[in-house]
Ligand binder design. Sequence first.
Ligand code: SF4
Ligand code: SF4
Length: 396
Amino acid sequence: MPTVSIVRCDDYDVEKVYHAIHKSLSLINGIDKLVRPGMKVLLKLNLLSSSQPPESAINTHPSVARALVNIFQRDFGCEVYIGDSSGSVKNASTFNAFKLTRINEIAEDTKAKIVNFDKDEYIDVHNKDFEVLEKFRIAKTLRTVDFIVSVPKLKTHGLTQYTGAIKNMMGTIPGNGKKNVHLIAPKPTVFAKALVDIFQMSPPHLIVMDAIVGMEGNGPNAGQPKKVGLILASRDSVAMDAVACSIIGFEPMAVPTIRFAHQRGLGIGELNTIDVVGETIADVSVPDFKKPSSGAQDFAGKYLPDFLLAMMFDNTCSTFSTVNHSNCTRCYECVRNCPAGAMSKESGKVIVDKKKCIGCFCCDEVCDFHAIEMKRSLLGRTLLGMAKALGVEKVD
Ligand code: SF4
Ligand code: SF4
């Protein structure tokens, strides 16, 4: 039975975060037996944005990164690497994400090594158990370290409902490779299966979640920061995501990544077979945590079988992008990042070709000005309206 620890942590004071993570690790037991002095430990952070500060709750907070560096260097005597590839394909975006989140200062202070996955050597991996992605490219450091610690942020996600431990491993794919995943897996259900393929090739040995301030509403980039006040730790990514979802009022098995990973035997997504230690879910739950406005899928996921869900949400209830021109600064980051070539400039304005749009949310993820609005088809909006009217879902 997997264990997930829940520890309260009020704010990002580094000492408080250090003690909370320390406690969360001691509660799950056995980490000291797995980690040896001299081991190479990779902290795989969750650095989506290269332009928004830590307070925006988009990226793993630097205090969490610093506390983990201290734990693995000072307490375990390990060699620490900090790595990620940010959400944008823009040149230097991952470099900027490290700078903006002050991770580069942490590296300078502690002599931890930063690994920009976009600049790392890469290797092609073949997944014989794949459902969507048979072959893809990952940063080589994933294979040269001894121990991988995934450090996701607790956030919603318009396309996958929730982003956490399983989805955090998408950042193991350098730069443009992430665009290809969206092209190969353009529909939400298929995309969730592709995320599980990626996770399956590099499952972390340990997950420490930054749930001190999460993101509710239209995450992972355009939602609002929401205090949750927790650090979570586990060795099972699926169990970690199931517990995190329960805390914020999401039905774990209705979240596609959790359900598919559980079905593939990559972890445990059913709460009744997870050992929750430290605080109880009931004591720390945040029932008013808002779901993304595309959250009808989660609502329907409680009642419909997978094949019907896929038919509805991959087709008739699909999502497409629109631009709110009064917020748009014309930075064109979205145009550069659209995997489907659905965005273009017309007399300076960003135009979306609805026929080409695959609803991947990449434009939403890279827009720092809340100028992208993801819209559902009429049927999708009707379902969501029903969910709201019935009071079964709290959506943004
Ligand atoms: S929609 Fe956002 S990302 Fe696209 S050009 Fe406008 S401000 Fe930039
Ligand atoms: S317009 Fe936005 S949502 Fe549509 S395909 Fe392009 S990046 Fe994806």
